[in-house]
Write a protein that binds this ligand. Structure first.
Ligand code: SF4
Length: 169
């Protein structure tokens, strides 16, 4: 079980992106770094880690590093970070070392529709997976279900995942 944080805003424009509603910087909601950290801490042992996706998390890099440094220093939670940037691009950014020191698994690179795999947390096969600590392995990622369907008590249905099913009717 993980807490997933979708950051708002992405200017990378990968054709076929499944999440275009996250591209404008004007959507989503505002939250202070400390308030987000507190919300995560309050989940307690219900989660083993956090996952950051988007949108493009690195487009809020300063706040992201501040948040992840708190997670690293004050919790035992694992961190998986998705980015549309390649590892080379990330390493050229200011504070890249500080950021990478807070991450267990980095999944990096643009989504390329022609190389779609939608499995093991990779949207397309060009994306690289960096295991920056020994906490997880490729076998752990392979075990992640391709989709998740959550039916709420009022009958609401929420679908997410690498290969979400399409409901008809
Ligand atoms: S980096 Fe991610 S969110 Fe941004 S356009 Fe590409 S697939 Fe979509």
């Amino acid at each position: 079980m993980r807490a997933v944080i979708w950051t708002q805003g992405c200017s990378l424009s990968c054709p076929g992106c499944f999440n275009p509603q996250t591209h404008p910087t004007s959507g989503g909601g505002n939250i202070q770094v400390l308030d987000l950290f507190q919300r995560i801490v309050e989940l307690g042992p219900a989660i083993e880690g956090i996952t950051l996706s988007g949108g493009e998390p690195l487009q809020q890099r300063r706040e992201l590093i501040e948040f992840l440094a708190l997670i690293r220093a004050q919790t035992g939670l694992s961190v998986i970070l998705f980015t549309g940037h390649t590892l080379d691009e990330l390493e050229g950014m200011p504070d890249a070392d500080r950021l990478l020191a807070c991450v267990d698994v980095l999944i990096a690179g643009r989504y390329v529709a022609a190389a779609r795999v939608a499995h093991g947390l990779r949207g397309s096969s060009n994306k690289s997976i960096q295991f920056l600590t020994p906490r997880y392995s490729l076998a752990d990622l392979d075990r992640v279900p391709d989709a998740e369907v959550i039916i709420g008590p009022e009958g609401t249905i929420r679908i997410s995942g690498m290969e979400p099913p399409h409901l008809r009717g």
